[in-house]
Design a protein. Structure first.
Length: 361
């Protein structure tokens, strides 16, 4: 129980079996309070592929106990005297995958100085499984409360329901930011690889940014109808159509790849790029990417790059775009008490297209 009486409890992973739906409900100690912090009563939290990678120690050893969840929406219940952003008790707010950075407190940091805190090179703090500058551990949103530095807390526009805002805070911004950065808009054709939580946002942002053509690249045709409803102009089913690389060779300017497994035909995806095209990897397989052949890069001057979530200002900009263009994620709500079942279903590839855990109001 914290000094203010808010009970910080949630779903804790104690070892890698947690990812199979073996989290245990329990109390945790949030970071030691600072006057720049806010406490949030969590109402909703999306389930991201990264939660599973982390619970199973897939990217390296996780610092258990670990409460995951970084698509958090809730209500502000406590505001520090030095909090930024005009936050007030009662505000409806969100926290994404990052909840602190060095903010210049560790000397010069080009990324923080230029408002790209998501690329902080001195002290990046993830919303869970991280350590704050004051030594406290970060715990995520599969919980009743969350404590976060105010710099990383954003207000949710009134027109966006909380359950829909939640997945925008990681899946949404992770796809919005690179599409914008790489000039997706009128005159561009875009491929989105993997129609999952991230990928379905990729399709909707590319349309909202007015790209000429958006093509979904999925393993099968099973999600084709959904992709077209989301606004895709075409769907390539790589495991159903043996001729897909021939039919679609050199047709795309930008490819955004959300695939979470190394079992992917990377060079075949890249063959869909035009001369000077850009391949952006955002999916983060636990065993790396397949090998890359040089000649396609050399002969077409292709670029291969990555992208990490978004900054607080990217989050605000994305939420504005979502509100203006009425971008509506495809979500399925789960009661918070059923979080373990939701993980099992997520592992089985069942979400259409994002699960959102909801606390009782
Ligand atoms: P997700 O909902 O499971 O979506 C991943 C999609 O990848 C699947 O729906 C599937 O789409 C496709 N896929 C293709 N080959 C696959 C294979 N062999 N096994 C499984 N899936 C395959 O996951 P997500 O939440 O969108 O996350 C995707 C990845 O992005 C994760 O690795 C996550 O950690 C990472 N991520 C990165 C960032 C960042 O900042 N870079 C932020 C958040 C998440 P089809 O069925 O259409 O083939
Ligand atoms: Zn995420």
């Amino acid at each position: 129980m914290s000094s203010t009486g808010h009970k910080f409890e949630g779903w804790l992973g104690h070892d890698s079996s947690a990812a199979e739906g073996n989290m245990k409900w329990g109390e945790f100690e949030p970071k030691p309070w600072e006057e720049t912090d806010v406490d949030i009563k969590v109402t909703h939290c999306g389930i991201c592929g990264s939660d599973l990678h982390t619970l199973r120690s897939g990217w390296g050893p996780t610092n258990y106990p670990c409460c995951v969840g970084h698509e958090i929406v809730g209500t502000v219940v406590r505001v520090g005297s030095k909090a930024e952003g005009g936050l007030k008790v009662g505000d409806r707010v969100g926290v994404g995958a990052q909840s602190d950075s060095c903010q210049g407190r560790k000397g010069d940091c080009e990324a923080c100085a230029s408002g790209q805190e998501n690329y902080c090179q001195k002290h990046y703090v993830g919303t869970y499984n991280g350590v704050y500058l004051n030594g406290g551990k970060s715990y995520g949103g599969y919980a009743l409360y969350n404590r976060a530095p105010s710099r990383f807390v954003v207000k949710i526009p009134d027109s966006i329901p909380s359950a829909e805002a939640a997945p925008m805070l990681c899946a949404g911004v992770t796809t919005y930011t690179p599409l914008k950065h790489h000039g997706v808009g009128p005159g561009k054709t875009v491929g989105i690889v993997g129609l999952g939580g991230l990928g379905h946002f990729g399709v909707m942002w590319a349309k909202a940014l007015k790209a000429d053509r958006v093509v979904v690249i999925s393993r099968s045709a099973a999600k084709k109808e959904d992709a077209l409803k989301m606004g895709a102009d075409d769907v390539i089913a790589t495991e159903d159509d043996p001729d897909w690389t021939k039919k679609h060779a050199s047709t795309l300017d930008v490819i955004l790849c959300t695939v979470s497994s190394s079992n992917m035909p990377l060079m075949d995806y890249m063959s869909l790029l035009r001369f000077d095209g850009t391949f952006v990897q955002v999916g983060a397989p636990e065993d790396g990417l397949p090998s890359i052949q040089q000649f396609p890069l050399i002969f077409k001057r292709l670029k291969i790059t990555g992208s990490l979530i978004g900054s607080p200002s990217d989050l605000r900009e994305m939420l504005q775009l979502a509100a203006q263009q009425k971008v509506k994620p495809w979500i399925q709500e789960y009661p918070m008490k059923d979080a373990n079942k939701a993980l099992v279903d997520f592992n089985a590839g069942k979400p259409r297209y994002r699960y959102v855990l909801c606390n009782e109001q």
